[in-house]
Design a binder for this molecule. Structure first.
Ligand SMILES: Cc1cc2nc3c(=O)[nH]c(=O)nc-3n(C[C@H](O)[C@H](O)[C@H](O)COP(=O)(O)O)c2cc1C
Length: 387
């Protein structure tokens, strides 16, 4: 056993999202450009949980933009189809939710209030929106009402606030609870922090204490042991895991082991040979999902560095792997790796993916002066994302 030091005992009960029991109480965080049907399948093969689709913009959905409709792809065996919607207009959001119900597109809807991208916050969308509390409450309550006839549990995912002087998470959590959400997830950073620094697990504990509905904690879970620590520290009902599974879909096996076996669990640490098999499968699934070898391979390339992080693999081979254009080429290159190399202990517990620096949040003029203005922001819906 390498690295992970697990000393905790508490393991939560199954998480309930509406009538659906999630066991272990683990959610794959929606990640634009990552959590497509191929990646979700790869992760689902490792362990239980809820696996959220890439974010879908409500306006594009109701306008039935073909590219957007294509993104809502679920595998036949995907038992609990989970979709994240992003919207800034209560009526459009409700229409999108109704469409999901009518067309039977998903079994769970999450609303994104965490996007910190300047293009979005500049117009009052994403993580800027909960500040406008009346508009936020209208969006959530109309969405919950639209989901109800279809029995679709609706959740929200948000950040702590715009910055430390403009925190919204407790108030927004209470408003969402009042509106009837099934659960509330908190990425415990402000929009200003983006992905820098450490997630504030104390804030997750504060939210958990304030709400009666299930609370999901998000931020900086790199190993199953971190999930147990978060539960212990905050009392949350479940965890949401994003960057930790980039190039590590087996994290879901690790999380399942942690939640089922508790403190004494054996961390899942694949050898380089096992990693190579998963890399090959990931590429195959992407090619199947995109129905095109060239596009599948191009989309796959960004995952290579994450998979190999910490393994002693030469720079030339890494470079070639990150430039593949066919599955045969990938498998030929993977065959050059030494399958017996053990998982690198020093890659455990390390941040991966985005870790960018904090940045002042760009907001519409006067945004912070009027919390009760519920005018719908214009032009805040873009295809860009991040939470
Ligand atoms: C590449 C990438 C794309 C993301 N896209 C979304 C998104 O579409 N919706 C969302 O709510 N959060 C998005 N996020 C944020 C994650 O869901 C999660 O909240 C964040 O990464 C913090 O969790 P972590 O520390 O486990 O990574 C994204 C994050 C990354 C790294």
């Amino acid at each position: 056993m390498l690295g992970a030091c697990v000393t905790l005992e508490r393991v939560t009960a199954p998480l309930l999202l509406g009538n659906h029991a999630v066991n272990p109480p683990v959610v794959l965080a929606p990640m634009a450009g990552i959590t497509n049907v191929a990646f979700r399948r790869l992760c689902r093969e490792q362990g239980g949980g809820v696996y959220v689709c890439e974010m879908i913009t409500t306006r594009a959905l109701v306008e039935r933009i073909p590219k957007t409709l294509k993104m809502i792809a679920f595998a036949e065996d995907e038992g609990f189809r989970s979709l994240q919607l992003y919207g800034v207009d209560p009526d459009v959001t409700a229409a999108a939710v109704r469409m999901v119900g009518e067309d039977n597109l998903a079994d769970h809807i999450d609303l994104n209030f965490g996007c910190p991208v300047p293009k979005v916050t500049r117009r009052g969308g994403g993580s800027a929106l909960p500040w406008r509390r009346k508009l936020f409450a209208r969006i959530v309550s109309q969405a919950v009402a639209a989901a109800k006839p279809y029995g679709i549990p609706l959740t929200i995912k948000m950040r702590k606030g715009i910055d430390e002087d403009h925190l919204t998470y407790v108030e927004a959590g209470l408003a969402a609870q009042e509106a009837g959400v099934a659960a509330v997830a908190l990425h415990a950073r402000t929009a200003e922090q983006r992905y820098s620094g450490k997630a504030d697990w104390d804030a997750i504990a504060t939210l958990k204490q304030a709400l009666d509905v299930p609370v999901l904690g998000n931020g900086d879970i790199w190993e199953g042991s971190d999930a147990l620590r978060m539960v212990e520290h905050t009392g949350v009902d479940g965890v949401v895991v994003g960057r930790g599974c980039l190039g590590r879909p087996w994290l879901f096996a690790d999380l399942e082991a942690a939640f089922t076996q508790g403190a004494s669990y054996q961390p899942v640490l694949p050898t380089l040979g096992e990693v190579a098999k998963i890399m090959s499968r990931h590429a195959q699934l992407l090619v199947e999902a995109l129905e095109d070898e060239k596009h599948g391979c191009a989309d796959y390339r960004k995952h290579v560095a994450w998979y190999l992080k910490g393994f002693p693999v030469g720079s030339e081979l890494r470079r070639s792997l990150a430039m593949i254009s066919s599955l045969t080429e990938l498998d030929d290159l993977l065959a050059k790796l030494d399958p017996s190399i053990p998982f690198p202990a020093d890659a455990l517990g390390q941040p991966r993916g985005r870790v960018n620096a904090p940045g002042k949040v760009t907001l519409p003029h006067g945004w912070l002066d009027s919390r009760d203005d519920d005018t719908v922001p214009e032009g805040a819906e873009t295809d860009e994302s991040g939470g």
